[in-house]
Design a protein around this ligand. Structure first.
Ligand code: SF4
Length: 272
C-alpha cells in the first residue's frame, strides 16, 4: 500500500551534475516501482516520511510555470530519482502537465522510464523538437524482472513501448541499467532491440546503498552460481570485471555500428 499525498513545491527544476543533463525534473518524490536495487533510496532523508522507500509517493504540485525560454539548449532529464510514469501518473498527470510546458521550446528533453504508460504522451513528444525517450532494461527474462523490478512494466511491454515510440517518429534509446554481472546479456538485449532503438546506454550495477544486502541475498537465493563473482566484485572490490565488460561493449558496438554511451562508474564521473 503506497501512502500518496500532493505537496506544493517552489520549483520543479533542479540543477544537476549527472552526466546526461544540466537540470533534472522529478515530478514525484518516492517511487512505487520498488526496484530491489533502487539507487534513489538516499532521497528518503530529504522527505518527512516514516514509511519505507517505495511505500510513499509525494505528488509535486508547482504553481510557478517553468521559464522554458531560459532553458533553450539546456539538457533536462526527466526523471532521475523517481519514475515519471509510475502507476500514479495515470491519475495525477504531473509529468504530462510538465511536458506541455516544453512544447515548441528549444530545451533538450530526455525521459527515462520503466513503464509503458509513457505511450500516453506520444502526442506531446511529437510537439517537442528535441526529445529522446528511453526505457531501462537489464534482462529479457521476465521472471528475473519480476524479482528485480516487481511493480514496473514487463519486459515485453517496455520493448513494445520503444517500438511504438520509434514508429511514432520519436528518438528512442534503451538504457541497460543497472547491468547485473552474469545476468544482463547486453548482446541479447541489443539483438532484440536494435531495429527500433536509436541508441543504447550502459551503466554498471553499483552496490553502495542499503539495497546492497537485498541484492546479495537475491543473488545467493536465485543465482547461487554467481555468488563468488558478486563477492569478488562487491566485497573484494575487484574492478576487472567492469573494465573488461566496458571494453567488450565498446568493441561490440563499434563493430556492429551501434550508437552507444557508457555511464560506467558514474559515481566517479559525478565527483570529477
Ligand atoms: S524505477 Fe527507478 S526510482 Fe523507481 S524504484 Fe526503480 S530504480 Fe528506483
Amino acid at each position: 500500500m503506497t501512502a500518496v499525498k500532493e505537496i506544493a513545491v517552489k520549483t520543479m527544476l533542479t540543477k544537476t551534475r549527472v552526466p546526461a543533463g544540466d537540470y533534472v525534473i522529478n515530478p514525484y518524490a518516492g517511487c512505487p516501482h520498488k526496484c530491489l536495487y533502487c539507487y534513489a533510496e538516499f532521497m528518503k532523508r530529504f522527505t518527512n516520511h516514516a514509511e519505507k522507500w517505495g511505500d510513499f509517493l509525494d505528488v509535486k504540485r508547482c504553481a510557478k510555470k517553468i521559464n522554458t525560454t531560459r532553458l533553450a539548449g539546456k539538457r533536462i532529464v526527466i526523471s532521475s530519482v523517481t519514475d515519471a510514469y509510475n502507476p500514479y501518473e495515470k491519475k495525477y498527470r504531473v509529468t504530462r502537465e510538465l511536458l506541455r510546458q516544453f512544447v515548441n521550446t528549444q530545451a533538450h528533453i530526455s525521459i527515462l522510464t520503466k513503464s509503458d504508460l509513457v505511450l500516453r504522451d506520444i502526442d506531446l513528444f511529437k510537439q517537442i523538437q528535441n526529445i529522446q525517450v528511453g526505457v531501462s532494461l537489464n534482462t529479457l527474462d521476465d521472471s528475473i524482472r519480476e524479482k528485480l523490478e516487481p511493480f514496473a512494466s514487463s519486459v515485453a511491454k517496455r520493448i513494445g513501448a520503444v517500438q511504438k515510440l520509434r514508429d511514432a517518429g520519436i528518438h528512442t534509446y534503451v538504457f541497460l541499467s543497472p547491468m547485473f554481472p552474469g545476468i544482463t546479456d547486453f548482446k541479447a538485449i541489443i539483438a532484440e532491440c536494435k531495429s527500433f532503438a536509436g541508441e543504447f546506454w550502459f551503466e554498471n550495477l553499483n552496490l553502495r546503498g542499503s539495497f546492497r544486502h537485498a541484492v546479495m541475498r537475491y543473488i545467493s537465493e536465485y543465482h547461487p552460481g554467481l555468488s563468488s563473482l558478486y563477492n569478488e566484485i562487491y566485497r573484494l572490490k575487484d574492478s576487472d570485471y567492469w573494465a573488461v565488460m566496458e571494453k567488450e561493449i565498446a568493441v561490440f558496438c563499434r563493430k556492429n555500428n551501434i550508437a552507444f554511451t557508457s555511464y560506467f562508474y558514474h559515481e566517479k564521473i559525478k565527483k570529477h
